[in-house]
Design a binder for this molecule. Structure first.
Ligand code: ZN
Length: 422
């Protein structure tokens, strides 16, 4: 029996892949989008479809958070006060607190469940999560959206390389895996991880060019990161320059054969135009995490330059250990408030289509287009009338600067986003 299509309309429909549609509508059937257009056209095309109008709202694709660490949710006290000091100082605090509170256990699990639930209720349907325990893997079946749980590998010493290779060989083919960062993960291990991901057709995320100390280490074999690693491991590791003095982390990954359209470079702050050309040529993706970067004082990702190179970044929150407000809406707000902010439509595209592209889900999610999943948000425009947001540009500004009060409400609040019922 054919499924009856349903017609949803609102003052604005935001397809993301096309310009916002005033007095727009979306037709859905069997969980998929069938048609997108103006209400006038679609009500003529589907005269018998049940019609629901969402007053004072915009219909948009669900959001995609392309970088989290749910297993660190119980370490939120680290971001409650402003961070002063170095990146490695923060890493030391993180390790110490995790040792004190435990990496897993009931408190860690409850905090992770709460964090993921809050994000889902705020409109995030996909979480790309990285963890070095199985905590997030245990949440995959209870998360109402899609939780991609990546098992993170790290270790620089030859001994750890052997151990990690053995462990990797035992991973089931369904397990997603990631490498931590160029400064923390043996190049041979990174190569093995990417090779496996490629063979299995999986996305390969890696933290790249987050602290400047990574560049000092790769360029000169010395600096804050090297000092930190030597003290921490207590090993006699010999560091050498791995790239030229003008080169960066992307050159390093490129020479290791790690870059292709399924590689997701997380943070990507200290990246030159020459490196962006490599990223564009290989199809490598980037996920930026503005709030975490701001909190840690590591700089801010050059979003405008990525866009100039034809790369639409994804957006991520990172973890509560470096982000006091785990909200993709806040990430958009922060980007929109930056002096060199991209236009609001691009920022919204980063939080939706950018994430879908980065995670290889763009055939299913990220925009409102026929054939994609009907995972559609009803975003209140904080107005009772349909007419108070009069232009598409105003609409996108409203969507990318939603007031803080709208973000932490219970689900009965008029400010809270909801999803259209299927
Ligand atoms: Zn991270």
């Amino acid at each position: 029996m054919p499924v009856m299509p349903a017609l949803h309309s609102a003052a604005w429909v935001v397809p993301v892949s096309a310009a916002p549609i005033a007095n727009g509508a979306v037709v859905t059937a069997a969980g998929k989008i069938v048609d997108v257009g103006t209400l006038e056209v679609l009500s003529g095309r589907y005269p018998h479809a049940p019609h629901r109008h969402h007053t004072g709202a915009a219909l948009t694709p669900a959001l995609i958070n392309a970088h989290t660490h749910l297993e660190l949710s119980h370490l939120s006290s680290l971001s409650r006060r402003p961070h002063q000091g170095t990146f490695t100082g923060w890493v030391s605090q993180l390790i110490a607190l995790r040792l004190e509170l435990g990496a897993t256990g009931v408190a860690a699990e409850q905090a992770a469940i709460q964090s993921s639930r809050q994000q889902y209720e705020n409109g995030v349907s996909v979480l790309a999560d990285i963890g070095n325990t199985d905590l997030a893997l245990g949440l995959v079946d209870i998360y109402p959206g899609r939780l991609l749980s990546f098992h993170e590998y790290l270790g620089l010493t030859p001994q750890s390389l052997t151990k990690n290779r053995d462990r990797l060989a035992l991973e089931p083919a369904t397990r997603l895996c990631s490498g931590h960062a160029p400064y923390s993960t043996h190049p041979a291990l990174l190569s093995a991880l990417k090779k496996r991901a490629k063979r299995l057709g999986q996305v390969f995320p890696i933290h790249v060019a987050e602290p400047m100390a990574e560049l000092d280490m790769l360029r000169h074999g010395r600096g804050e990161m090297v000092d930190f690693i030597l003290v921490r491991t207590g090993e006699e590791i010999v560091f050498q320059a791995a790239i030229g003095p003008e080169e960066g982390s992307i050159h390093y990954l490129y020479r290791l054969g790690l870059l292709d359209e399924r590689t997701l470079c997380i943070h990507g702050i200290h990246v030159s135009d020459a490196e962006m050309t490599i990223m564009a040529d290989t199809g490598a993706k980037v996920c930026i995490c503005p709030h975490s970067n701001h909190f840690l004082g590591v700089g801010s990702a050059p979003v405008q330059r990525y866009l100039q190179h034809g790369i639409l970044p994804a957006l991520g929150t990172d973890s509560p250990a470096s982000n006091p407000e785990l909200s993709l809406w806040q990430e958009m707000h922060l980007l929109a408030s930056a002096p060199d902010a991209p236009d609001a439509a691009t920022i919204f595209a980063m939080a939706t289509l950018g994430g879908a592209l980065a995670l290889g889900l763009d055939d299913q999610l990220g925009s409102l287009e026929p054939g994609k999943e009907a995972d559609i948000l009803v975003v209140p425009l904080d107005t009772t009338a349909d007419s108070s947001v009069s232009t598409a540009a105003d609409l996108m500004k409203v969507l990318t600067s939603r007031p803080r009060q709208a973000l932490n409400q219970d689900s009965s609040s008029q400010h809270t986003v909801s999803r259209i019922a299927l």
